[in-house]
Design a protein around this ligand. Structure first.
Ligand SMILES: Cc1cc2nc3c(=O)[nH]c(=O)nc-3n(C[C@H](O)[C@H](O)[C@H](O)COP(=O)(O)OP(=O)(O)OC[C@H]3O[C@@H](n4cnc5c(N)ncnc54)[C@H](O)[C@@H]3O)c2cc1C
Length: 443
């Protein structure tokens, strides 16, 4: 018999990323009514997005339908909708399509997007990596550059096509640079007649004094070593001043390039604006020890959209998956405690460590002081990422793909999808579609 939930407290969770999904899982089949709202129909495992962008994995292998993940929770309804407004007085959330959700408890878990530090015009020429669409766009740009270079007789233009610039040397930038270098140096080596893909120059640029600032200096040195072995050109203390369709200027130099990837800045979602909160510099909402928003004990903010500084710490917790996940779990439990009028506790983050991979079989890992690098680091990195990946099928397929590409250097997803700007086929396809429509109408 179906449980009557109509008089149970209603928890609205906006965002089914690492944070929101963790809250939903804790509340599954408990004495609350839950609505999970996300603008996408899938939960995305962002730490492996760079592998989609560099043709190692397909999008379906790192994403799972939210509805499927939560299918066994009879008290949870999933809505694919984009939230644009919160009325904190009436306790109502509004979506772009005009639908309203009344809440007793609200969980803001809408993550972050990339920030161009006020230079939003760079986004067009230097896409960032946040969604499946972004990853496909980057994959298309990287693969298309090799295709165009193959057809280019002018050596200067060919060299420009084979220059790939990654801006931002945090884990995402380092992973992207390493993967593009591997693609050029190993995967594509036998595929072209007129160019040597290994002539490609992969340039990693950062305004700061060193790469991977969240890792200690010894591990950072190992990462530099791994990247240099792969042929990545590292430029630190090099602020990017200009990016256009055909060049990028950083520090004192200008490099001709057609492919720039942005991995430099992060800006929290607009959730802070919706509730009129005073946010920090990157738009994050400050939260208290229960992860509640000031003056709104019924509203929680978690993950990349929240700013929480643990007692005694100098800085807020970083925007990484384990923080979002642990915050999400805490909030789910806290809501149940409040409903049952049990004693509440405060949020304590358990730091499990940080990792970054470089190329096909090297990584660095700092597990609460226990440091690993090279191949052993990479094995640990693989285990951790497969463990956190949602869904048995995805785990299995990803393991098989990694094993296959480890043995063969092959990257199976080298597909250019959508308009590449090279061949008139895209236009032809449009013409065919138009003709077909005309025929349909005539019929
Ligand atoms: C390329 C990349 C690589 C990364 N690598 C690592 C790594 O190796 N290790 C690590 O720990 N962390 C990594 N991170 C960071 C990590 O992914 C984030 O910290 C984590 O995803 C934050 O979780 P979250 O729940 O706050 O937000 P997210 O996981 O981003 O989820 C936010 C959700 O909210 C939804 N949403 C947003 N706006 C709306 C709206 N208006 N209405 C409805 N739904 C909305 C989105 O669709 C999304 O599903 C990486 C991030 C990126 C982008």
């Amino acid at each position: 018999m179906e449980q009557d939930l109509s008089n149970k407290p209603h928890v609205v969770i906006i965002g089914a990323g690492f944070g929101g999904l963790s809250t939903a899982k804790i509340l599954a089949n408990k004495g609350v009514r839950v609505s999970v709202i996300d603008k996408h129909n899938h939960h995305l495992f962002q730490p492996l997005l760079y592998q989609v962008a560099t043709a190692a994995l397909t999008a379906a292998e790192i994403a799972s339908p939210i509805r499927h993940i939560l299918r066994k929770a009879k008290n949870i309804a999933v809505y694919m909708n984009k939230i644009v407004e919160v009325d904190t007085n009436k306790k109502i959330v509004r979506s772009r399509s005009g639908r309203e959700f009344k809440y007793d408890y609200l969980v803001l878990a809408t993550g972050a997007r990339h920030s161009y530090f006020g230079k939003d015009e760079w986004e067009e020429v230097a896409p960032g990596l946040k969604s499946i669409e972004d990853a496909r766009e980057i994959r298309k740009r990287v693969l298309t550059a090799f295709e165009k270079a193959e057809m280019e007789d002018d050596l200067e233009k060919r060299a420009a096509l084979l220059n790939f610039v990654v801006v931002g040397a945090g884990p995402t930038g380092v992973e992207l640079a390493g993967a593009i270098a591997e693609l050029a140096n190993y995967t594509l080596t036998e595929d072209f007649e007129h160019i040597k893909p290994s002539d490609a120059r992969i340039i990693l640029v950062d305004a700061g004094p060193r790469i991977l600032p969240s890792f200690d200096e010894k591990l950072c040195a190992k990462a530099i070593d791994h990247l240099t072995t792969l042929g990545v050109d590292i430029h630190v203390n090099s602020m990017v001043k200009d990016i256009t369709e055909d060049h990028v200027t950083f520090g004192e130099q200008t490099v001709a390039t057609r492919t720039v990837i942005w991995a430099a800045g992060v800006q929290a979602s607009s959730a802070g604006k919706w509730i009129g909160a005073e946010t920090d510099r990157t738009g994050r909402v400050p939260v208290d020890a229960h992860l509640c928003v000031q003056d709104h004990p019924e509203i929680y903010a978690i993950g990349d959209t929240a700013s929480h500084t643990p007692e005694g710490a100098e800085r807020p917790l970083p925007g990484i998956a384990p923080v979002a996940k642990q915050m999400g779990e805490f909030v789910g439990k806290d809501i149940l405690k409040r409903i049952d009028e049990r004693k509440r506790s405060t949020f304590k983050y358990k730091d499990l460590g940080t990792m970054a991979t470089i190329g096909r079989n090297r990584a660095i890992a700092d597990l609460r002081g226990f440091k690993l690098s090279g191949f052993t680091g990479w094995i640990l990195w693989c285990i951790a990422h497969v463990y956190f990946l949602v869904g048995f099928r995805n785990r299995l397929v990803v393991c098989l793909q990694w094993f296959f590409s480890y043995m063969t250097y092959h990257r199976g997803v080298r597909l250019i999808i959508g308009e590449s700007g090279i061949v008139p086929d895209d236009k032809d396809a449009e013409d065919v579609k138009k003709e077909a429509k005309k025929d349909e109408k005539a019929a």
